[in-house]
Design a protein around this ligand. Structure first.
Ligand SMILES: NC(=O)c1ccc[n+]([C@@H]2O[C@H](COP(=O)([O-])OP(=O)(O)OC[C@H]3O[C@@H](n4cnc5c(N)ncnc54)[C@H](OP(=O)(O)O)[C@@H]3O)[C@@H](O)[C@H]2O)c1
Ligand SMILES: [Zn+2]
Length: 362
């Protein structure tokens, strides 16, 4: 039985886990605490892949944990990875009861059953916030390509700018701050060539955030290179060299960018960019999650190919419709791709509405 106090302490493990966001990849962010009689003895979270897991940190902070309850956002691991299994640490510490936020849906699951077999009481809350914390990790284990979160912003009537070739801010300052926070959570930020040509974004995290992993920026190109003097190529401390994704059949056109960026040629003879292949190549380079910030052409292509794993869709309180206005999704017909979406959450940010969701039938 999970009581109100258990729920409160589990919430605390989600807060603790969130402190690792941006640093634990390819591992999930996980939080844990040890409590006895409603009193917290010690807390911990997973800081960085290869370092101690959350449970081990919480047990170390607690000291004598015999007979206590361990609260943990994710099912304790039972396999030997870079560190010994947490099930073993839990048993050795003499923990009597374990309360888990979410089971591990990957092949690494099974720790809960193992603890039960050892005679430890195990409860599972199966909370949406606990599952959200491990979303990218679960994808990383099950798929051979990078996870894609798509962030778009549009007017109430579905446009991004009133005419092509102009950069217009349509969302509130609060919404733009939110996007910069999302940038910390993903291994890399990605935009299409059109956005670099028109907006010339830096795609940095401001104010600068502390992250052990280097920040990465990616530009997706197809027919033409982007000018090498764009701000996205400027060196920034804490950032890796900007990555260009280009079709393998157009090497000559992208050679000029090799001085300012790491150009990844996707395929060999192709003139078109194979996005699924590109995402597999990113994963192979250790980029497990990507935040795509548009624009409309790249976003539509990712959606129709079924390559978007979650979206953040901002709606700004204005109308932009005119003959020349640029729609939020452009360039390709959307039939053939997913037709239905699911809204997981709706929030108000500043003056804007923000929809969190996913595409169904992928
Ligand atoms: N509101 C928002 O959320 C938001 C976000 C970003 C941008 N924007 C706005 O969007 C406008 C730019 O629109 P856009 O559609 O040109 O930008 P885009 O989607 O960023 O870039 C499109 C370009 O990406 C390249 N590309 C590479 N691989 C591709 C593939 N597989 N499929 C399709 N394209 C591929 C192509 O470059 P080549 O030309 O080299 O073939 C294509 O022209 C700007 O006005 C900007 O302000 C709005
Ligand atoms: Zn573990």
């Amino acid at each position: 039985m999970i009581c109100e106090l258990d729920r409160l302490l589990l919430e605390r493990t989600y807060e603790l886990g969130a402190r690792g966001i941006g640093n634990t990849s390819p591992n999930p962010p996980v939080g844990a605490l040890v409590a006895r009689g409603g009193c917290i003895l010690g807390e911990g979270f997973h800081h960085y892949a290869g370092e101690a897991h959350a449970e081990v940190n919480a047990l170390a902070a607690a000291g004598d944990a015999r007979g206590a309850t361990l609260y943990v956002s994710l099912e304790p691991c039972k396999h030997i990875g870079q560190t010994p299994p947490c099930t073993q640490a839990v048993r050795e510490a003499g923990i009597a009861r374990v309360v888990i936020g979410a089971l591990d849906p990957t092949k690494h699951g099974g720790g809960a059953d193992e603890l039960r077999r050892e005679g430890i009481t195990v409860e599972v809350a199966d909370d949406a916030s606990a599952r959200e914390l491990i979303e990218v990790f679960a994808h990383t284990i099950e798929s051979d390509r990078a996870f894609v979160a798509l962030k778009m912003a549009m007017s109430l009537d579905g446009y991004v700018t009133s005419r092509p070739g102009v950069a217009e801010w349509i969302t509130s300052e609060e919404e733009r701050l939110f996007v910069r926070e999302l940038r910390v959570a993903c291994d890399a930020v990605m935009v299409g060539a059109g956005t670099v040509r028109v907006d010339d974004p830096q795609l940095t995290v401001r104010p600068p955030a502390q992250r052990l992993r280097q920040f990465q920026r990616i530009v997706v190109c197809e027919r033409d290179a982007v000018p090498p003097d764009r701000r996205i190529f400027a060196e920034v401390p804490g950032y890796g060299r900007t990555i260009i994704l280009a079709p393998g059949g157009s090497r000559a056109r992208f050679r000029g960018l090799e001085a300012v960026a790491d150009v990844i040629y996707v395929g060999t003879q192709e003139q078109e960019l194979d996005l699924a292949h590109a995402l597999r190549m990113l994963r192979a380079r250790g980029i497990y999650s990507v935040l795509c910030e548009g624009g409309p052409t790249l976003a539509a292509r990712l959606i129709v190919l079924g390559l978007v794993d979650r979206f953040y869709w901002a709606i700004a309180p204005l109308l932009l419709r005119s003959e020349a206005a640029v729609p939020v999704l452009a360039g390709v017909e959307l039939n053939g791709g997913p037709r239905r979406v699911q809204f997981d959450r709706i929030e108000r940010i500043g003056a804007d509405a923000l929809l969190y969701g996913r595409f169904l039938d992928v």
